[in-house]
Design a protein around this ligand. Structure first.
Ligand code: AMP
Ligand code: MG
Length: 523
């Protein structure tokens, strides 16, 4: 039996590759990829499948429990028409040019076009080393793979543009990691995630070619990207390059507005982690806002600079877009036109953010006169420890035909502080009463407003401590919580009576626990 997947070789056929086929770490100039196969892990075993993501590539359900599925999604079976490869890319990491990075532990199995005419690239993460592994081992550990598997699917169901994940597997190998970089290393289970995207092309794929002054290849890659993935913009030309760049500005802005809506912090927004499709990619030390804190980052490496903190993310997308503009400049040679696209990004982002906030607050549209009320809400949310997710769900419940002089019961549970100051209570009630006046202008019932709000304010997000609980169990060979979380996170906006456990405020034990509020890049 085979999985009946039909691979195309468009990327490899269109672009120059690495002529060396041996797999050893090196610089790979004048190439967009290197051919490399996944390592052979005899006992690799799939432990979780996202059925919907698998269905996207037209996989027959009957195949899910078969050895063929297991072998394919762990890289053990490479069919004759497959040519796995790793991509060459560079990137700016934490603001500095890092030169060649590349797929150091990701191997693309191949690209397919689905029956629904969707282009999907299948990639294994953690399946062994490649020419781009630098000092790494090419592996991924179970904890980070559980996080990537669950979060990419959770984001998909939240409606946030993202790469997806079909499967999570144990590689069967032990992998050594010093998780907190404190000399207390240990062996952990190795894991492999099969993830999907239209392509895994990143800003860094263009940057490396520009940095190496491989302008012919840069043009080939841009032309390929447009022809293969942005054909609606027209045939490649200077004008099309600009349209394409502007579209990347737009989709990247859309992505970050979604992040801010659901309280997601990516944690490592380096240019090598920026998808050309405006998708959330590379789930590393990401986190979910519990307390609404604009300065919060889960990434311990970024703890002092907070470059990638929640409230910085739009600036950082902008910064990354500037790097992409620099990279493709030689093909366009028009600074004003590129600047115009960046100005568009700034305006578009601002207007989308305003619209998003209006939706979160249950208003039919954003009006200029709403600015002060939204600004004072942000001030309110940051003035005491407030759980963002619970606050917006609670706000949906309050009766907007009343007036408040104490915190309504529906909001009481969203605070981490036990005792709210009288000053805060006065300010909160004043805000609520202004909010109610604003809602009244929309002439919408409390029920209808709640329904609208609950369709954009999730009840269930992958709270940091929930992934950690699932990881702790997985480390004991119990994968049930991974499966259960995946099910709950499929319907993040629904009430899902009986699943309240997964919507609870962060418990105290998780406040400063590694893996819950602090994550290193070790993965
Ligand atoms: P990340 O910050 O996870 O997006 O990774 C940055 C770069 O480091 C990418 O080029 C990765 O492929 C590479 N990398 C991360 N972990 C490993 C590893 N264990 N082995 C090889 N390369 C790695
Ligand atoms: Mg990366």
């Amino acid at each position: 039996m085979t999985l009946n997947l039909k691979f195309n070789h468009n990327f490899i056929n269109a672009l120059q590759g690495d002529p060396i086929i041996e797999n050893y770490t090196r610089q790979v100039p004048k190439a967009c990829y290197s051919k490399v196969e996944p390592e052979k892990f005899d006992t690799a075993n799939v432990i979780a499948i996202s059925l919907d993501a698998a269905a996207e590539i037209d996989l027959d359900k009957n195949l899910f429990d078969t050895p063929e599925f297991n072998q394919f999604f762990t890289g053990q079976k490479i069919y004759d028409d497959m040519t796995p490869y790793a991509m060459c890319y560079g990137g700016h990491q934490f603001g500095n040019w890092a030169n060649q990075l590349g797929d150091g532990r990701a191997i693309i199995l191949g690209d397919i076009t689905t029956k629904a005419d969707k282009k999907i690239c299948l990639q294994l993460k953690g399946a062994g080393s490649t020419p781009y592994s630098r000092s790494g081992d090419g592996y991924a550990v179970l904890r980070s793979s559980v996080r990537e598997f669950l979060c990419s699917e959770a984001m998909h169901y939240l409606g946030v543009p993202t790469t997806r994940a079909i499967s999570l597997a144990l590689s069967g190998e032990e992998v050594y990691r010093d998780m907190m970089y404190d000399g207390n290393g240990a062996y952990e289970d190795g894991a492999i995630v099969c993830r999907t995207a239209p392509s895994f092309i990143r800003f860094g794929n263009f940057e490396i070619l520009a940095a190496r002054k491989e302008l012919g290849l840069l043009k080939e890659l841009v032309d390929f990207t447009i022809t293969e993935h942005f054909s609606h913009l027209g045939t490649p030309s200077k004008d099309t390059y600009l349209k394409w760049y502007k579209e990347v500005c737009k989709t990247s802005a859309d992505m970050v507005v979604h992040w801010l809506r659901v309280g997601f912090v990516h944690g490592v927004m380096n240019t090598d982690n920026m998808s050309i499709h405006g998708l959330t990619i590379d789930y590393g030390p990401y986190g979910w806002l519990e307390d609404y804190d604009l300065d919060w980052t889960p990434n311990t490496t970024d703890a002092s600079y907070k470059r990638y903190a929640y409230g910085q993310q739009a600036h950082m997308v902008n910064w990354n877009l500037v790097q992409l503009a620099n990279a493709i400049y030689p093909l366009i040679e028009d600074t004003d036109a590129l600047q115009e696209a960046l100005d568009f990004f700034a305006d578009y982002y601002k207007s989308e953010w305003n619209k998003m906030m209006a939706k979160k607050l249950g208003w039919s549209e954003y009006k200029e006169s709403d600015q002060a009320l939204v600004a004072s809400l942000i001030h309110l949310l940051t003035s005491v420890e407030t759980d963002m997710t619970l606050f917006f769900r609670g706000l949906a419940k309050i009766d907007h035909t009343l007036k408040y002089d104490e915190i309504p019961q529906d909001l009481v549970d969203c605070y981490y502080d036990e005792d709210l100051s009288s000053d805060y209570i006065v300010k909160c009630c004043a805000w609520l009463n202004s909010y109610i006046e604003r809602c009244a202008k929309d002439e919408v019932s409390t029920e209808a407003r709640a329904k609208n709000m609950n369709s954009v304010n999730p009840k269930f997000v992958l709270r940091n401590y929930l992934s950690q609980l699932a990881i702790d169990k997985a480390n004991e060979n119990d994968y049930t919580m991974i499966h259960e979380l995946l099910e709950v996170l499929k319907r993040p906006y629904d009430e899902q009576t009986g699943k309240e456990f997964f919507a609870r405020k962060r418990p105290d034990w998780a406040k400063d626990k590694p893996g819950c509020s602090m994550l290193s890049c070790s993965s």
